[in-house]
Design a protein around this ligand. Structure first.
Ligand SMILES: Cc1c2[nH]c(c1CCC(=O)O)Cc1[nH]c(c(CCC(=O)O)c1C)Cc1[nH]c(c(CCC(=O)O)c1C)Cc1[nH]c(c(C)c1CCC(=O)O)C2
Length: 370
């Protein structure tokens, strides 16, 4: 028994993958149905999640591989998702850089001492030992890859540089992001310095996740929308590209091909550029029409998204109709169904289940007719 347990610890001898529709769709290959998963599929809308998290600190939960594994698996026990995303948070990177981040109930992530001026960059750890600081995420991924028993692929993720930079300067959520944008206008050099530092850590972090067992990677640029096209092109896109290129180059050398997804929320103006930024999949929020996204990306990449998370408040029959239209807009090839952002905490889990079933049912029928 002890030997078995020990064997389970390493990032090798993983159970064979039984459902690879998500990976095939990411590569633009044919599938029997359109794969589906939801951002924030592990979350407070599930009673079992709330029970498990009750009374525990959020980031302590993130630091426990066993807890992350359990929370990642919870939604798979309920719904027929075609992929799982490791339970963690994008803000573990600022923590690895030496910043204090707390999750405050009712307020969200909070940095007691955010970066105020360029001198504050000196407070950040210059050379982060990613294996040491974020090894708990790698352990969570390895453990989950074993416990998921090959049911579906496991997605690793990271926040993108600009989104992390904006949290580190704002100190938490913000409507205007004016403190972080002030840096872009007033301290462009220091901004690029910070974004470069973050990019270096993110590349190593994503590669570490793959070495630990992640079968796909998603990069969240959740705060893209606050940047206009000019700032996006200067402060987001080059770093997103650099991340994909460096991760892919490194993996190629090792003979590995791990699909990468970029999700730049509210960056509809950048969809063409994102489709040529070395990612396999472009994730979309609901503000962009599926058919026009297809036309604008010209079949160069797979697409993921993009039902309005609020559409899950609709009655189940209506959800089914909305899903059907979405599938018709995207087409069934090179497409991964998802919401345009995370599942909201007050969502009825049954409606999430209805979404998953509708994607499978309609897409199977559509593919049969082709
Ligand atoms: C911006 C961002 C964060 N974290 C993340 C993003 C990018 C995606 C996005 O745009 O939403 C990424 C994230 N956070 C979480 C995941 C886990 C995997 C999954 O999607 O199921 C992922 C992929 C767990 C989480 N991260 C968080 C929760 C909810 C809090 C809890 O469990 O107690 C979960 C399930 C907390 C969190 N963490 C963050 C916020 C804004 C919040 C919400 C705060 C609140 O609503 O109170 C930062």
């Amino acid at each position: 028994m002890l030997e078995d347990d020990k064997r389970e610890e390493g990032p090798k001898d993983f159970p064979q993958l039984r459902n690879d529709t998500f990976l095939r769709a990411a590569r633009g290959e044919e599938t029997e149905h359109v794969p589906v998963w939801c951002m924030r599929q592990a979350g407070r809308y599930l009673t079992e999640f709330r029970e498990f998290r009750a009374g525990k600190d959020f980031f302590e939960t993130c630091q426990s591989p066993e807890a992350c594994c359990e929370l990642t698996l919870q939604p798979l026990r309920r719904f027929g998702f075609d992929a799982a995303i490791i339970f963690s948070d994008i803000l573990v990177i600022p923590q690895a850089l030496g910043m204090d981040v707390q999750m405050v109930a009712g307020k969200g992530p909070t940095f007691p001492e955010p970066l105020k001026e360029p001198e504050d960059l000196q407070r950040l750890t210059a050379k982060v030992d990613v294996g040491k600081e974020l090894g708990y995420v790698f352990k969570a991924i390895t453990l989950t890859r074993h416990k998921i028993e090959g049911k579906v692929p496991l997605i690793g993720f990271s926040g993108a540089p600009w989104t992390l930079m904006s949290y580190m300067i704002e100190g938490g959520g913000s409507n205007t992001h004016s403190k972080a944008k002030r840096w872009l206008y007033r301290h462009p050099e220091a901004s690029h310095m910070l974004l470069t530092m973050l990019t270096d850590v993110i590349v190593e972090y994503l590669l570490g996740q793959v070495a630990a067992g992640a079968q796909a990677l998603q990069v969240f640029e959740s705060h893209a929308g606050i940047l206009g096209p000019v700032h996006f092109n200067e402060y987001s896109l080059p770093y997103l590209r650099d991340i994909a290129r460096r991760v892919k180059d490194e993996l190629k050398e090792a003979g590995q091909d791990v699909p990468m997804i970029v999700f730049a929320k509210d960056a509809h103006y950048a969809v063409e550029d994102l489709s040529q930024s070395h990612y396999d999949v472009v994730g979309l929020d609901w503000t962009i029409d599926p058919q026009s996204a297809r036309e604008r990306t010209g079949g160069k990449v797979s697409l993921q998204g993009n039902m309005d998370p609020c559409a899950l408040y609709a009655p189940k029959e209506r959800i089914s109709d909305i899903v059907k239209k979405m599938l018709e807009g995207f087409g069934t090839r090179g497409y991964i169904a998802n919401l345009g952002h995370g599942v909201y905490p007050d969502m009825d889990p049954e409606n999430v289940g209805a979404f998953v079933e509708a994607v499978h049912q309609h897409s199977k029928q559509m593919i049969k007719k082709i």
